[in-house]
Design a protein around this ligand. Structure first.
Ligand code: MF3
Ligand code: CO
Ligand code: CO
Length: 251
C-alpha cells in the first residue's frame, strides 16, 4: 500500500506510529548481539521475522512488490535491498539490517549498519559518518522549511569527507502505507520540495558510499550495489512532525 500525495495525519495516527516505531527499533536492539562471524543472513531474517510475529506485528518487506524475505540485509558493497540468503558473515564485513514492521496498520521503518568483528578504519569511519549524516538530516528539519533542506544539509556535511551520497534511493512518506510522498533526497536538490508541516511522517535514510555514488541493481531485481564495488553504509529513522518540531519515532 502506498500514497501518491502528502498526508497530514491526526492524533490517533501519532499513537499508532509511536508504537510501530518503538517496535521496529526494538527489533534492531534484539538482533544486534547475533551479528557475528558465521551467522547467515537468512538466519538473521528468521530471527527478526519470529520476533516481529511474536509482537503481533507483520514484517512489511515480505511479499512487498515480490520481495521474498522479511528484512533487508545489505553487506559491504550492497547499498540497500539485499535479500537474506546463505551468505555467512565474515570478520570485517559491514551489514545494514533494515526493519519495517506493520503494527495495528501503522508502519515503523528503521535501519542501522553493524560491524562484524574487526573492521578496517575505513569501514568504521564510513559507518560513523553515515550515522552522523542521518542526524545532520534530522537536525535540518524545521516547520515551515522544505524537504529539500534535508539533502542540502547532508551534502554540506558529506562534502567535507571523501565519500559520496547515493541518489537513486531516498527517504519517503510513511504512515498506514509503506512508501509515499514526499520523496526525501539525501543530496542537494536545492531548498525546494514540500513545505514541512505538523502531521507529516517520513523517513530519513542516507546511503553513503566510500567511493562513487553510482549504483546498479543485480539480476535478482532487488539487490542494489555500488558500481565501483566500494563499501556502502546506511542508517534510517522514521520521524514525525509535531507542533513542536521533529520527533524521531524509531529512536
Ligand atoms: N525498508 C526499505 C526502506 O527503507 C524498503 C524495503 S522494500 C523491500 O524504504 F521490499 F525491499 F523490502
Ligand atoms: Co524507508
Ligand atoms: Co527501511
Amino acid at each position: 500500500m502506498n500514497s501518491s500525495e502528502i498526508i497530514i495525519f491526526g492524533e490517533d495516527a501519532f499513537h499508532g506510529m509511536r508504537d510501530a516505531g518503538k517496535l521496529a527499533r526494538s527489533v534492531l536492539d534484539f538482533i544486534e548481539p547475533y551479528i557475528k562471524e558465521g551467522i547467515t543472513t537468512d538466519e538473521i531474517n528468521t530471527l527478526c521475522h519470529d520476533f516481529i510475529i511474536k509482537n503481533n506485528a507483520i514484517p512489511a518487506p515480505l511479499n512487498y512488490n515480490g520481495f521474498p524475505k522479511s528484512v533487508c540485509t545489505s553487506v559491504n558493497d550492497v547499498v540497500c535491498h539485499g535479500i537474506p540468503g546463505m551468505y555467512k558473515l565474515k570478520d570485517g564485513d559491514i551489514i545494514n539490517i533494515d526493519i519495517t514492521v506493520i503494527l495495528n496498520g501503522w508502519y515503523g521503518d528503521t535501519s542501522r549498519t553493524f560491524l562484524v568483528g574487526n573492521c578496517t578504519p575505513l569501514a568504521r569511519n564510513l559507518i560513523e559518518t553515515t550515522k552522523r549524516a542521518m542526524y545532520v538530516g534530522i537536525d535540518a528539519v524545521k516547520i515551515g522549511g522544505h524537504i529539500g533542506d534535508i539533502g542540502k544539509a547532508i551534502q554540506k556535511y558529506i562534502s567535507t569527507t571523501p565519500y559520496s551520497i547515493v541518489r537513486d534511493y531516498g527517504g519517503h512518506g510513511i504512515g498506514n502505507f509503506f512508501h509515499g510522498e514526499p520523496f526525501v533526497a539525501h543530496y542537494d536538490i536545492g531548498t525546494i520540495g514540500a513545505e514541512i508541516k505538523p502531521g507529516m511522517f517520513f523517513t530519513i535514510e542516507p546511503m553513503i558510499n566510500a567511493g562513487k555514488y553510482k549504483c546498479k541493481v543485480l539480476k535478482d531485481g532487488w539487490t542494489a550495489v555500488t558500481v565501483d564495488k566500494s563499501l556502502s553504509a546506511q542508517f534510517e529513522h522514521t520521524v514525525a512532525i509535531t507542533e513542536n518540531g521533529i520527533e524521531v519515532l524509531t529512536a
